[in-house]
Design a protein around this ligand. Structure first.
Ligand SMILES: Cc1cc2nc3c(=O)[nH]c(=O)nc-3n(C[C@H](O)[C@H](O)[C@H](O)COP(=O)(O)OP(=O)(O)OC[C@H]3O[C@@H](n4cnc5c(N)ncnc54)[C@H](O)[C@@H]3O)c2cc1C
Length: 403
């Protein structure tokens, strides 16, 4: 039986040309070409598997929903090209609700802001070189099992088509349809983040992240300025039920006199999205498919950083999928259980609960004053840049040896 079906009434040859699919059946179909999907696809492609990568976006340069701050741990462990990163950032300023500031400086190159559109394109290029088939502008609709294959229905706008595969990967973000359709766990706790990306903002001093604790503008999280001298990101994040994100963003932007000069700023992009902060989900794999990235809840509950977890979990997923498909042994999937990760960052989940419950401005002001003590100062730095933001996926594991 042919494994690619067309529902559109057009002749198969024409549809084939439109789709540019060159095989009839895939080992793996990955839905979502964000950082998680791209990392998993390029690794599986290199392993020689037949992979189809699908995204509803027509271009990976658009609708980006991350600031793109990479931490040192990710920069050290993964191959992120230098031309996809902005200048090094070593300085952080923390602000209390009354805007009392505390400067933290590292001896090391702690952060770099990714040029995410360029990075996504770079990784897509890696995927294509590794033989991955790419289907942009196409939405996942549903999946069902037919004998020993999964049939996946995709909607490309004018055409609806069915493709078969042995395994399905949900890299489709925080509100994953794949998770729902595979009967896997769903994210239950989110914060919402929105930001402006600006150019033409003068840099006074060194590249810096400014983090504002403010329960009104950013309830349960932070407002931020990330300025590396080339790009400036101004954003707010918090629990959606407790604020109006767009209103808070404009209020925040207009409150920055004396901190940053926005008189000549040029807005180049607006970004935003949901960030799951309930910790990695428990049930993230079955014999039909698995979840990676935000779909798996793979975000540090405390810092809401998701890029490092994306890279680590997707790398592990690629190894597990390859082993499972090569051996047919479902035991290979045991290594891919959310329970294993959750137990290793229980303390961060508790801290998230604590942070989300403290809404009293005076209490936060007091906590910020406490951060001036050397031990608390060390703790704050450890939280922001510590290597434990997301647990290593296995003991003795390194990304280089993972696949
Ligand atoms: C405003 C904001 C700022 C952030 N800043 C940082 C930061 O600075 N550092 C950090 O570490 N983390 C940050 N995060 C978190 C981090 O960006 C995410 O955890 C990470 O980008 C998730 O990547 P992903 O590939 O899992 O999901 P996404 O990047 O969301 O990719 C999912 C993809 O799936 C596609 N898709 C969805 N549904 C379908 C469908 N039905 N059919 C086909 N395609 C579909 C989407 O088009 C999308 O391309 C931020 C998040 C937000 C919202």
């Amino acid at each position: 039986m042919a494994a690619v079906f067309f529902d559109c009434g057009l002749c198969a040859a024409k549809s084939f040309e439109t789709l540019r699919l060159t095989v009839e059946d895939y080992d793996t179909i990955i839905i979502g070409a964000g950082l998680a999907g791209l990392q998993c696809a390029r690794l599986l492609g290199r392993r020689g598997l037949r992979v189809l990568l699908v995204d509803r976006k027509s271009s990976l340069q658009t609708s980006i929903h991350t600031t793109g701050i990479f931490v040192r741990r990710t920069l050290e462990d993964f191959d992120i090209p230098a031309d996809c990163l902005g200048p090094v950032v070593r300085n952080v300023t923390l602000y209390s609700p009354s805007r009392r500031s505390l400067d933290l400086t590292s001896e090391q190159d702690e952060f770099r802001i990714g040029r995410m559109g360029r990075l996504y394109e770079h990784y897509l290029h890696d995927c294509l070189r590794a033989g991955v088939e790419w289907l942009p502008g196409t939405r996942y609709v549903e999946q069902y099992r037919l004998k020993n294959r999964l049939v996946v229905r995709l909607d490309g706008g004018q055409t609806s088509h069915r493709v078969t595969a042995r395994y399905l990967v949900g890299a489709d973000g925080a509100s994953s349809r794949i998770a729902r359709d595979l009967g896997l766990d769903l994210n239950q706790e989110w914060i919402v983040g929105v930001e402006y990306v600006l150019t033409n903002v003068p840099l006074n001093g060194l590249p810096r992240l400014h983090c504002f604790l403010d329960p009104k503008l950013a309830p349960g999280y932070l407002a931020w300025i990330a300025h590396d001298g080339e790009e400036t990101h101004i954003g707010v994040g918090g629990y959606a039920a407790m604020f109006d994100p767009l209103q808070a963003l404009d209020q925040f932007r207009s409150s920055l006199d004396g901190i940053i000069d926005l008189s000549e700023a040029k807005e180049v992009e607006r970004r935003g999205g949901r960030i799951p902060v309930g910790g990695v989900l428990r049930k993230i794999a079955t014999t039909d498919g698995l979840l990676i990235g935000d779909a798996a809840g793979a975000v540090s509950p405390l810092t809401a950083g998701g890029l490092d977890p994306c890279m680590r979990l997707s790398t592990l997923a690629a190894r597990v999928i390859a082993e499972y498909l090569e051996t047919g042994d479902a035991d290979a999937l045991r290594a891919y259980s959310g329970e294993l990760f959750r137990s290793r960052f229980a303390s961060r989940l508790w801290m998230r609960r604590l942070v989300s419950s403290v809404r009293n401005q005076a209490l936060i002001e007091l906590a910020c004053a406490g951060l001036r003590l050397p031990i608390a100062n060390w703790f704050a730095w450890h939280v922001f840049v510590g290597r434990g933001s997301f647990p290593d996926v296995e003991p003795h594991w390194t990304p280089q040896t993972a696949i």
